[in-house]
Design a protein around this ligand. Structure first.
Ligand code: TTP
Ligand code: MG
Ligand code: MG
Length: 362
């Protein structure tokens, strides 16, 4: 993989990050005597309380999230029980995600202690992605003293499963092409989207592993998991998962424009300026991991009237020379439609998609 071959650069490199024993880890930091003791964060073990989480010492006794606190107490009578302090966890979470955001700008938070990262915006290949992930773990530990685990892969489903494989403090990297083999031996209930009901139906049909789901024939699949959910889950079992990160406030277009000191009519100068603006737009797109199918040129005349000309391409682009060439053509078209000296030119790219969606288009 190299920078010079755009198609290769477009293989998604995603990660899923999940904090280790999050609520319990915060309580241990706030109260160091709790460390090394079985610790349960949750409701009243003498009432109808439920376990939010347990530290790893308590998990050795079989205590886990969503278990009744009374059952946790039965399994480990010496465990320390503390009530959740949600405002405190939110504070820690904010510091964690601010820290991660300084290393990787494209993040989708999916919970208080977890989210997806677009490593492709900062790492050109999986080897470098591994280094970025180590840097994230170090930074999170430095700012919060918390540990986290990450899964790195080409899709959300692989990353999500990966982040849980080597807890605590572990990293699982699933290189491109090895997704199905990585998933195959795992219990089918580990596949996100397979709830207790689907698991029971699959088990009845003899499907115990993700690999067995991956090879299920259409007719069997229809009988066990009817409707689109069946094909969706079987795709995921094969490592096929086109879901992109869902980002808050992702831009709908990226553009740049420049006003001249004097009105300009010389075509070569206008083209030079368009190409310079295309370079800026291209850099911004690439820094955000975006590309777009629609290129727009903006022309403002000496009388301040504005014309725009747009062209939608067959495939999304982020390359400066392509955007520049299309925008120059659009400028020429605009000037053919209405000749005149220009006070301002602009270049924009819209119909944006993250580059990973591109690779899935036929
Ligand atoms: P998880 O990430 O599922 O669990 P965890 O961080 O405690 O442990 P792990 O190392 O396995 O990731 O959940 C994050 C926090 O959300 C958890 O610390 C407490 C809270 N939580 C609940 O309150 N109830 C629940 O049923 C679960 C699963 C989590
Ligand atoms: Mg966690
Ligand atoms: Mg979690």
């Amino acid at each position: 993989m190299s920078h010079a071959t755009p198609l290769h650069r477009r293989v998604p490199i995603l990660a899923h990050l999940d904090l280790d024993a999050f609520f319990a880890a915060v309580e241990e930091l706030e109260n160091p005597e709790l460390r090394d003791r079985p610790l349960v964060v949750g409701g009243d073990p003498h009432g109808r309380g439920v376990v939010s989480t347990a530290n790893y010492a308590a998990r050795k006794f079989g205590i886990h999230s969503a278990m009744s606190a009374a059952e946790a107490l039965r399994r480990c009578p010496s465990a320390v029980f503390v009530r959740p302090r949600h405002a405190l966890y939110r504070q820690y979470s904010r510091v964690v995600w601010d820290t991660v955001g300084e290393i990787v700008p494209r993040i989708e938070r999916t919970g208080i202690d977890e989210g997806y990262l677009d490593l492709g915006t900062v790492a050109p290949d999986f080897t470098r992605a591994r280094a970025v992930v180590s840097a994230i773990q170090t930074a999170v530990r430095a700012t919060t003293s918390l540990t986290c685990s990450l899964g790195v892969g080409t899709s959300k489903v692989v990353c999500k499963i990966g982040s849980d494989r080597r807890k605590p403090g572990g990293v699982t990297v699933v290189p491109p092409g090895t997704e199905a083999a990585f998933l195959a031996p795992l219990a089918v209930r580990l596949l996100p989207g397979v709830g207790p009901r689907a698991e029971a139906r699959l088990r009845t049909a003899g499907v115990e592993t993700i690999g067995a789901l991956a090879v299920l024939a259409n007719t069997d699949l229809k009988a066990v998991l009817p409707g689109s959910i069946g094909t969706l889950l079987r795709d995921r079992a094969r490592g096929i998962d086109p879901r992109d990160l869902e980002l808050a406030g992702e831009p709908v277009s990226v553009s740049a424009e420049d006003t001249f000191a004097h009105d300009v009519s010389e075509r070569a100068l206008l083209h030079d300026e368009i190409r310079r603006l295309a370079q800026l737009v291209s850099e911004r797109l690439q820094n955000s991991g975006l590309s777009g199918r629609t290129v727009t040129a903006k022309l403002r005349y000496g009388d301040f009237s504005i014309r725009t000309r747009s062209k939608t391409l067959a495939a999304a682009v982020d390359e400066a020379d392509v955007i520049g060439a299309v925008a120059c053509g659009l400028l020429d078209r605009g000037l053919r439609d209405r000749p005149g000296a220009l006070r301002l030119v602009g270049v924009g790219v819209s119909s944006l998609s993250s580059y990973r969606q591109l690779t899935l288009e036929p």
